[in-house]
Write a protein that binds this ligand. Structure first.
Ligand code: 5GP
Ligand code: ZN
Length: 113
C-alpha cells in the first residue's frame, strides 16, 4: 500500500483521528482501536516502512530513539510489566503494512485466529 492510502501515514498526517497517548519527533503512540489487552498501545514511526524486515533502512540514531520511545511510552501509560510485539508479514498476523510496535499491558486476550 502506498503512503497516500496507508492508514498509519494518514494518522501521522492528521487525516484520520486517533487517540494519541505520546508523541515525539517522527514518532506517535496511539490507542489500538481494537484492543487485545487491558492496555493496548501502538507505537508508529512516521517513516513508512512496510514491515520489520526492512528495519535496517532506519538510521542507527532513529532506531535507538524508536526503541527508547517504546519504553518511555509504556512508562507514560503506567506500565511496568508488559509485552512488546511486532507482527512481520501477513502470515504472521500483520494487517497494517507500516511498521509499528504493539505494547500490551495487563491481561492479554491473545492473537486473532
Ligand atoms: P498488525 O496486526 O498489523 O500488527 O496490527 C495492526 C493494529 O492496528 C491492529 O491491532 C488494529 O486493531 C489496529 N488498527 C487498525 N486500523 C486502525 C486505526 O485506524 N486506528 C487505530 N487506532 N488502530 C488501528
Ligand atoms: Zn505508512
Amino acid at each position: 500500500m502506498s503512503e497516500a492510502d496507508c492508514i498509519f501515514c494518514r494518522i501521522h498526517r492528521g487525516e484520520l483521528p486517533a487517540t494519541v497517548v505520546n508523541r515525539a519527533d517522527g514518532l506517535l503512540a496511539i490507542e489500538d482501536m481494537n484492543p487485545r489487552a487491558d492496555v493496548h498501545v501502538l507505537v508508529i514511526p512516521e517513516r513508512h516502512i512496510e514491515t520489520f524486515r526492512d528495519v535496517g533502512v532506519l538510521p542507527a540514531d532513529e532506531a535507538k530513539r524508536m526503541l527508547d520511545f517504546v519504553a518511555e511510552t509504556a512508562r507514560a501509560v503506567g506500565l511496568d510489566e508488559y509485552r512488546v510485539m511486532v507482527f512481520c508479514g501477513a502470515g504472521a498476523g500483520q494487517t497494517v503494512f507500516h511498521l509499528h510496535w504493539h505494547i500490551l499491558g495487563g491481561t492479554f486476550r491473545g492473537l486473532p485466529a
